[in-house]
Design a protein. Sequence first.
Length: 257
Amino acid sequence: MIFDTHAHYDDAAFDEDREELIAALPAGGIGTVVNVGASLESTKTTLELARRYPYFYGAAGVHPNETGELTERDMEWLKGICREPKIVAVGEIGLDYHWDEPERGVQKKWFVRQLELAREVKLPVIIHSREAAKDTLDLMKGERAEEIGGVIHCFSYGVEMAREYLDMGFFIGIGGVLTFSNGKKLKEVAAYAPLDRIVLETDCPYLAPVPNRGRRNSSLNLPYVAEALAEIKGVTREEIEIQTCRNARRLYRLEER
Ligand code: NI
């Protein structure tokens, strides 16, 4: 069974058929899903999904582009959510300079604040970092993120950066981009990273793999990513599924629950 470590089933793209689709996941070979909050609102929906479906867990956090209006009261609320039994991570949090909004100083402030939250509630973090490689790494080193642990989701940097995060004990999140013809950099990272440090993710509804590129993504597309990774690693797709599932359980510390 495949473990989808990063999905957004709360997204409006699933409003038409959310229940049917989620119900169909186990028969489609998807064993576990972590739905990831990206705002206060989606963290709330994430918690509802995690409570409702036994094979769902949730992550609570605010995406860098959504941090503009955050307050300390919101952090208190988030802390309460983090104590819910089915919440397994703080995320997604980080820096996004592609959408330079809100300004970088604000993004950094709430990134640090949510790293502190993760440390306090003893949960791993899900890091979103886009076009912000140096600042993300500097900030995480400053906060001793290696003591917190987690995953660099939708990894988009090169081998050098991958080495930095692997040295800090982080997992590398790999999804549909691995199947893209312009996904050369990620293929190099996938070849470089040890198989016991890679986890599979969709980031659905975004980033559907080939042959469904451009359509709405779902966890049911993950076999295509597993197949592409199997080719790179020279193992079977089954081995990829088993090992990445084991990794995901370690990442989210599911055995300790
Ligand atoms: Ni995401």
